[in-house]
Write a protein of this length. Sequence first.
Length: 459
Amino acid sequence: MTDLTTLLEVGGPVAAFGGGAAYARAKHPAAYWSTVGLPISTVRLLSSYGSVMEACGLTVPPSRLRVLAVKATTRREVRPVPPRRGIIRPTSTGLRLRLRLAPGQEPADVAASAERLRHAWGVHAVYVTTVKPGVVELRLVGFNVLRRVRMPRKVGGGFLKVPVALREDATPFLRDYRTIPHQLTLGATLSGKSMYLRHLITGLAAQSVALVGIDCKRGVELAPFAPRLSALATNPEQAAELLPALVKEMEDRYDLIKARQGITADTLDEEITSDIWGLSENQRPVPVVLFVDEVAELFLTATRKDEERRDEMVTQLIRLAQLGRAAGIYREVCGQRFGAELGKGATMLRAQLTGRVCHRVNDEASAKMALGDIAPEAVLAACAIAPESPGLAVAGDTSGGWSRIRTPYLSLGDAAETCRESAHLVPDLPALRFFRPDVPVRPVEAPVPPVVRPRPATD
């Protein structure tokens, strides 16, 4: 009886702790990792590092000098040598450590064993990056960071760099317009494409950038951000007038660059430039970011006159894509579908869009439009996105690299308020004054009279 009582007294707290840990792991994975998962995974890594590396084939035979030294000092068996391990650095989402590869090894060998390392050390995922020749970094992620997105405190943004989402390896996904000037973003209805666009606009709203929008859905997507927009077109007719103005602005900027070059025999190398970033700050025009929402609406035609307008707009979009980067004009093209079936010039336009972001789509052909020329694995990953995960997407570029990302939630009201607060940063571009959207004035609320009336003054 005494033993049973003691067992109940000990088993009660243990069961409560186990239940609490299971609840925290399901509902609060970050807290569970910091309190339980991190110590357990660290102990597993330290105790089984050598055996795990040997089982994964990441060890090499010891050198002859090492064999002689071991036999001369001890009688133990000479085992293969694993990569030299650096200091384990815990993070809020996992672990980080560096490995110095043994002679004859390459980073691809470690990357091929990432799934084995994940199971051996009990973490959610393992990612391998090359730091320098002979040194790789293992990033161990303790839980699914894309299930409930929390952006890190240090995101490393900057001018024309917007931290818009979180990668599956717990690092921020930056939309860098200086590196990738033009991008194609695809996604079906309720896939999170609008949320991605909100983060881009709010991230650029606080910077010295001109924002231009083409929203053929009567402006329902971009009209809430009108206080921060330098121009807005809400139908194909207005877009047909706005695009020539942007092309004229681009040509004027090239004339400015040409006039400021003045190359002579005594001109310094640093004064010779072929884009606006080589100009001095007082001469450099502000960058322009063009957002095109539902680009397919620009391609749809009903009459021959519409076809002529469509061909003209597509030609201007292609010109902006081919020549806009040096003039500081960048584009963000969004839509549900985009491919050759849209009409003449669609394939050529897509080829100019270096960056690709594909949310959940309704068919495999749409995923191939965005990612088919990057990697087949990226197409399969995009097709596997569930409708219950809005904001989840596959991001890549034409270099072949890709990763899963997810955009955190941002309400339309908060995004619109950010644009209203930064309305004073709208630059003055004479070529776009005619297209500046009308911003309704907020009604001034009358002060509410106090409920308690003051006591009348007496002698």
